[in-house]
Structure formats: C-alpha cells, structure tokens
Design a protein around this ligand. Structure first.
Ligand SMILES: Cc1ncc(COP(=O)(O)O)c(CN[C@@H](CCC[C@H](N)C(=O)O)C(=O)O)c1O
Length: 397
C-alpha cells in the first residue's frame, strides 16, 4: 500500500470537481469525466428487478443466499447470448458484482512474485491492484512508472496496440479492448498475435471486455473469437456500461476449462475456490436484471441506449476534429481520446475546467503513455454534450 502513488484516479477527479464547485458555486458544471452512465435503465429491465424485489417481501417469493458462482440460468444465458458459437459453458461463467471487483479477485489467483504486463495508457484498476498485491517495485517519479511492471506503450504510432516483439515475457498480461481510455478495439490480427505470444510464453491474458457492446465494426467482441484463446485467457466483463448497471452492480468473469497452469492444474478450480471463499454472490436483484437485459426485449432496448451514447461520441469527436485536434476513439467506445501535443494533460484538464466548467480526465491518469491527451466521456445527457461542444468551440477556436 505504501508504494501506491497519489489517490486512485477517479476519486481524485471527484475531489477536484468539489474543489471547483466550492470555488465557483454558480458554475453550470458538465461532467464528461468519470465514465458513469446517465440514461435510465430500460423499463422492461427495471420492472423485472422491481417485481423480484416485491417477491422478496412475500413468504413464497423470499430467497436467501444464492450460489456464489451466480444464478445458474444467468450463467447459461451469458454463455449462450454473449458467447454464442464460442463454445463457452455456463459453468465457466462466474457472475459478479462488477468487473472492477473481478479484476481484484482474479489478482488473488496469482502469487506476489507474479510478473505483470499492461497497456499504457489503460484503466488504472489493473495497475493499482497489482501494486497492492505486492507485484511492483517502487514508483519512479521521473518515468512515472512502477519498477517490475511491464508497461506496453499504446500510441497512435503503433495503432494503440503493443509491439509484442519488444515485450519481455511476463506471467500475466492485462488487455482491455475496446481500450479505456484510447477507445481502440483490438483487431483480429492484433489479438491473434497476442494469443500466440501468450501461448509461446506460457502467460495468462486477463482480457477486459467491459466496452465490447460499443463495438460497431467487425473487431472481436471477445478474446474467445480467437482460436485457442481459451488455453490462455480469462475474460472479465460488465453490465455497467451497456445496461446502465454502474450502480446496480453486475459483471462476470469467464475462466475456460482449457486454461491450465504450467503444472496442468485447472485455473477454473482455483477461481471457483476464491469465489467461494471471498464472495457471497451477486445480488439476486441485480441478477434478475441481468437476465432481463439478455432477453430479446431487454437487449433491443439496450441497443437503443448504446446507439444514443455513440451519437454523443460522434458529436464530441466532431467537435474536437473541427477545431483541428487529432482525435481517437469514439467509434468503438464511448470515450474520445484527444491529443494536445506538447501540453501536460493535467494543465489541459485544469484549463478546460476553469474556462468551460467541463470535467474531463487527464490522460496521464491512465499511465505515462497518456501524457498530452485527455479523455472525454460520451455517457452524458445529450443536452450536456451539446452544451459542452459549444463551450469547447468558444474556448478552443
Ligand atoms: C475497462 C474497465 N473495466 C472495468 C470498469 C469497472 O466496471 P464495473 O462497473 O466494476 O463493472 C471500468 C469502469 N471505468 C469507468 C468508471 C471509473 C470509476 C469507477 N469507480 C471505477 O474505478 O471503476 C471509467 O473509466 O470512467 C472500466 O473502464
């Protein structure tokens, strides 16, 4: 814990937001920072959860503890609906209270001397949980990196995917695709090279597909679309962004039976033991909502919400492009990644906040590779996105 630098990124953004509001109480703040959803949960899904809640208040409908691994029907439904045709079994799907929580629980699978590689920039949960588990050396202020952690730089020059020929072997490789914050959805070719790399090195890939539902082209939505990926990859995902479940709390982790340690034992068996020891199962209310999300009516409604957010992303991307900025993301992800060459991202964050009352996220918060960029979320209300667009045009014109 002593090695951890600063606070976790998102509470730090929240602190700066409060500080700004105290300084300018009349400011009309627009929050395009933390990737929190804003659109109501579709009625068919909310109704399913409400009905479950009411049933809990009746002698017949009351239910206590469920299976730690998740409701059997939901496990099966995720396997069939999300992973249809990829031969994933319900018994390989572990339902959880969210991807963030599963990232830390998956970390419990590995010993403190485990070596870690991760994208730079990327979601800070992988790095901070690795540092907490004792997998890093000290933080090097000058480089902005922890010793013993392998930072795989992802920049416009390498199509935001690591050049694996220059990456040393590590035990575990964290990959997020579509990537938070760059918005890059890894191609089939990039992921095939990653699977070959992990297979030849005997590494385990931890693949976070929390934004897969936002992919609009033919990029893989799951690592298991790549042949033999089940021998090397765990996949973590979430209902948070596509279903608006950020507060409801529901996610899942897939551990295939084919995934084995070098001594031949099943990783799935260990993860099951960790879940039974450290987690008492996702809320039955949230799981009822999850099942409703995957119904034909629920998934149709959800596609409409995702489309709404991606229209926001287009507005934000066009805004910055029309002002002459180099813009990435926004087509397979609800995040837009904007380059401010030669400027420090915290300075850009501060200037935009001070002059337009808009919260963004400084790119360096996702790793040293994010310096000079900011991340803008499109998960906001349409009126806020349009207002932010007009304020940014005035500031940056
Ligand atoms: C790549 C990736 N994987 C997992 C998650 C969390 O998913 P979960 O909601 O736990 O199922 C996220 C959520 N990230 C957001 C919310 C951050 C703020 C929240 N306090 C947190 O730290 O998760 C953001 O980047 O703005 C993500 O981007």
């Amino acid at each position: 814990m002593e090695k951890l630098q600063n606070g976790y990124l998102f509470p730090e953004i929240g602190r700066r937001q409060v500080e700004h509001m105290n300084k300018c109480p009349d400011a009309k703040l627009i929050n395009l920072g933390i990737g929190d959803t804003t659109q109501p949960i579709p009625h068919v899904i909310a109704t399913a959860m409400a009905e479950h809640c009411m049933a809990l208040g009746t002698p017949k409908g009351y239910r206590g503890y469920g299976a730690e691994q998740g409701n059997k029907e939901l496990r099966e439904e995720i396997a069939q609906t999300i992973y249809g045709g990829l031969d994933i079994k319900g018994t390989e799907v572990f339902v959880s209270d969210g991807a963030q929580c599963d990232i830390s629980r998956v970390q419990l699978l590995f010993g403190s001397n485990t070596t870690i590689a991760l994208q730079d920039p990327t979601f800070p949960g992988y790095l901070d949980s690795s540092v907490i588990m004792g997998r890093s050396g000290s933080f090097d202020e000058r480089r902005g990196e922890y010793a013993k952690i392998e930072y795989m730089r992802c920049t416009p020059d390498n199509m935001f995917f690591p050049d694996l020929s220059s990456v040393p072997r590590t035990d575990v490789i964290f990959i997020c695709s579509p990537n938070n914050p760059t918005g890059h959805a890894a191609s089939r070719d990039q992921l095939s090279r990653l699977v070959d790399f992990a297979r030849s090195n005997g590494s385990i890939i931890v693949y976070d597909s929390a934004y897969a539902a936002f992919i609009s082209d033919d990029s893989p939505r799951s690592i298991y679309e790549i042949p033999r990926a089940k021998e090397v990859a765990i996949e973590i995902s979430s209902f948070s962004k596509f279903a608006g479940f950020t507060g409801v709390r529901l996610g899942w982790t897939v551990v295939p039976e084919e995934l084995r340690y070098s001594n031949g034992s099943l990783v799935l068996k260990d993860f099951d033991r960790i879940i039974c020891t450290c987690f008492n199962g996702a809320s039955s209310i949230a799981q009822t909502g999850g099942l409703a999300c995957l119904s034909s009516e629920g998934s149709k409604a959800i596609r409409g919400v995702v489309k709404f957010y991606m229209e926001n992303a287009k507005i934000m991307a066009e805004t910055f492009k029309s002002l002459g900025f180099e813009v990435f993301g926004g087509d397979n992800s609800p995040y837009v990644w904007v380059n401010f060459p030669g400027r420090r991202s915290w300075d850009v964050f501060n200037e935009i906040l001070e002059k337009t009352n808009i919260i963004t996220i400084p790119g360096v918060g996702f790793g040293p590779g994010g310096e000079g960029f900011i991340r803008v979320s499109s998960l906001g209300h349409r009126e806020d996105v349009l207002e932010a667009s007009s304020r940014l045009r005035k500031l940056l014109e």
